[in-house]
Ligand binder design. Structure first.
Ligand SMILES: [Zn+2]
Length: 140
């Protein structure tokens, strides 16, 4: 492959298969948070690793973005305040095992809707009865 000055890889939409556009995220957010790969057909997009043109994971449409938010909402308190005590990698290693996935594929940013749902189910089952996740002040 020829090296182009802008070194853009071809990234195809995970939903419709069309080639995405490499654009500034301000087209989505109104403010620039770096580059994204965008499919205008599906309004699906993904950010890039800082300083590179490497996508962070798969493109996400509105539905997947909501599921990822939901997954983060249960996963983040687990690794931050739960038994992983701030060790996110340890929490991902645990989740990988529970989901039967290789650790390097276990990242909410890489999950599809089905994997988000499965992760949420696993985490909710695991943390049932735990008190840390609720952010509730002790009533006393
Ligand atoms: Zn698309």
């Amino acid at each position: 492959m020829k090296r182009r000055t802008n070194s853009l890889r071809k990234v195809y939409c995970d939903y419709c298969g069309r080639e995405t556009e490499y654009v500034d995220s301000k087209v989505i957010y109104g403010k620039s948070y770096g580059k994204i790969y965008l499919c205008r057909n599906c309004m699906a997009y993904v950010g890039v690793h800082k300083g590179t043109d490497k996508p962070l994971g798969r493109l996400a449409n509105a539905e997947l973005r909501n599921w990822k938010k939901a997954a983060h909402a249960v996963f983040d308190p687990l690794w931050k305040y739960g038994r992983f005590r701030g060790h996110r990698n340890a929490a991902y290693a645990w989740l990988a095992q529970k989901m039967g996935l290789p650790v390097e594929k276990t990242h909410i940013g890489m999950f599809d809707v089905g994997q988000c749902r499965k992760a949420i189910e696993i985490i909710e089952k695991e943390t049932k009865g735990d008190r840390y996740g609720r952010y509730q002040k002790d009533p006393r």
